[in-house]
Design a protein around this ligand. Structure first.
Ligand SMILES: NC(=O)c1ccc[n+]([C@@H]2O[C@H](COP(=O)([O-])OP(=O)(O)OC[C@H]3O[C@@H](n4cnc5c(N)ncnc54)[C@H](O)[C@@H]3O)[C@@H](O)[C@H]2O)c1
Ligand SMILES: O=C[C@H](O)CS(=O)(=O)O
Length: 483
């Protein structure tokens, strides 16, 4: 049972055009992955209601874009402050609907609220250009203008952070945004809407719609009023959005699936590498897009690393996310357990062996033991597909070139990690890895100050850093002649 200081944050009402829409009997139940209990019920909005949200965003667009950036920055900062003040309540809501440990939920909320603060400041630095013209009677000027009404479609694994990570740059740039959260975890988005309204963000500028994903997605893709869609989720759905919005040539930002390699070279600090692997593999029970999906270890240290990683994994406190002592919660649903079980069995069939864990946890439900396996075949499913579970698969290698070739043998390219203390090797390997982000001697790399995103089939565009606001701006070239 939640014990919220501010009970108004737990709302199951969709937020559109400054009004709260409650669920009818066609609503969508939100359940706690830990015990299946009902946490809330959100409305399954009709096509007409979603269209109303798009119309409300369009009605708010000109005024929001025309506000001085400083005014938008003040409101973003006020929203940020309210999120930080209410982070404990927001963490309880997040854990109740997603399952992650409270400590991780709070870390997600605080670290991603920083995108509101960061882009509130960036709003004041959206500079244009004056370009030296090639003729005396001309002046070349470049304006940067907000792209217009934006839509965001977000995943269940970071139900709070993936929203502030998009709303920050969108609102800073002068764009209203309509968010469609994952149906498994909409309550965090709605709690953010409560605080956005409290911060004074005008109606129509930030909205949260809930309901049938494909219907809403199609409306976002087909309605020309929606100038851009920012999507975070699977590559499969990202591919669908590209196809569905192709005829309108819609601007898209895509943060998609991953299959991160984690490479331990023979000169690595093994204790540091184990710590990094624990962060990169087991955070959110392995359900992050940047999780170490494959762990490549030089053959000379593979057994020692596997043993130490297993020792660390065995110390993880597995339990209900709402228990402050818990370090690993349940997986999101039964399908997730079936997928990791399939990956594990395939690896074992190909000759791998279990060092620790190796199946569902004694807690039952969707808990899975933190598992380390070694002697994994490079062709195993766990090396080719995103496992999204606490399964650390160790594959040995014998040379740098082999490690790089194995790491790059995937259609994904979001994150990659490696441990080495040889500076020449660090630059050689970092420059050859096919990934949008590379963690060197670290298992955690996300920050509002850095460009987060992937290459190949892991996405298009970047979130965070000074580049992130460009995703919500159009460049206009003015050619002034006859002067
Ligand atoms: N690159 C990143 O930053 C990042 C971050 C988090 C998660 N992810 C990826 O997301 C996936 C896990 O999240 P998920 O299971 O929620 O992904 P998902 O693609 O199944 O769902 C993501 C969102 O898309 C919606 N959706 C599903 N089908 C849709 C359709 N046809 N039209 C419109 N919307 C649709 C869902 O309701 C949800 O809101 C993993 O692959 C993970 O790697 C990537
Ligand atoms: O999986 C989604 C998040 O983007 C991971 S992180 O918190 O940004 O590392």
């Amino acid at each position: 049972m939640l014990s919220l200081r501010d009970k108004s944050l737990l709302t199951a009402n969709a937020y559109l055009d400054g009004t709260w829409i409650c669920a009818d009997d066609q609503g969508i139940d939100v359940t706690n992955p830990a015990d299946g209990s009902l946490v809330g019920r959100v409305p399954s909005l009709s096509r007409e209601m979603v269209q109303r949200a798009i119309d409300a965003a369009e009605a708010a667009r000109e005024d929001w874009a025309a506000r001085p950036a400083r005014q938008r920055a003040v409101l973003l900062r006020r929203w940020y402050d309210l999120i930080i003040e209410n982070a404990d309540d927001l963490a309880q809501i997040l854990t109740a609907e997603q399952g992650k440990p409270l400590s991780e939920a709070k870390a997600e909320i605080v670290s991603n609220a920083a995108y509101l603060e960061w882009f509130g400041e960036e709003a004041k630095r959206v500079y244009g250009e004056v370009i030296p013209a090639p003729a005396a009677d001309r002046r070349f000027i470049v304006l940067k203008q907000p792209i217009g009404v934006c839509a965001a479609v977000t995943p269940w694994n970071f139900p709070n952070g993936m929203i502030t990570r998009k709303a920050g740059p969108a609102l800073a740039a002068g764009c209203p945004i309509i968010v469609k959260p994952a149906s498994q975890t909409p309550l965090s988005a709605l709690a953010l809407a409560v605080l956005a309204e409290r911060a004074g963000i005008p109606k129509g500028v930030f909205q949260v719609v809930t309901g049938k994903a494909q219907m809403i997605g199609t409306l976002f893709c087909k309605n020309p009023t929606v100038a851009k869609i920012s999507f975070t989720g699977s590559t499969e759905v990202g591919r669908w959005l590209i196809a569905e919005s192709a005829d309108g040539i819609k601007r898209l930002s895509l943060e998609l699936g991953g299959n991160a390699p984690f490479i331990v070279f023979e000169d690595a600090d093994l204790d540091a590498a184990v710590q990094g692997a624990m962060m990169a593999k087991f955070r959110n029970s392995g359900q992050t897009c940047v999780c170490a999906n494959r762990i490549y270890v030089h053959e000379s240290v593979a057994d020692k690393f596997a043993y130490r990683l297993a020792q660390a994994a065995e110390k993880l406190v597995v339990g209900v996310g709402s228990d402050p002592a818990t370090e690993q919660g349940p997986l999101i649903d039964r399908a997730a357990v079936e997928k990791v079980t399939r990956h594990l069995q395939d690896a074992l069939d190909r000759g791998a062996r279990v060092v620790t864990g190796g199946g569902p946890h004694a807690l039952g439900g969707t808990w899975f033991q933190p598992t380390v396996i070694t002697g994994v075949s490079p062709d195993a499913l766990v090396a080719r597909e995103e496992t999204f579970a606490p399964l650390a698969a160790i594959i040995s290698f014998s040379s740098d070139d082999e490690a790089i070739a194995l790491a790059n043998a995937t259609e994904f390219g979001l994150a990659a990690y490696f441990y080495s203390r040889d500076l020449a090797r660090v630059f050689r390997v970092a420059e050859k890895l096919e990934a949008g982000m590379v963690g060197v001697n670290t298992g955690a790399l996300a920050s509002e100050a850095a460009p987060f995103g992937g290459v190949k089939q892991s996405g298009i565009g970047r979130e965070g850093s000074r580049h992130g606001i460009d995703e919500y701006l159009e460049m206009k070239y003015l050619c002034l002649a006859g002067l």
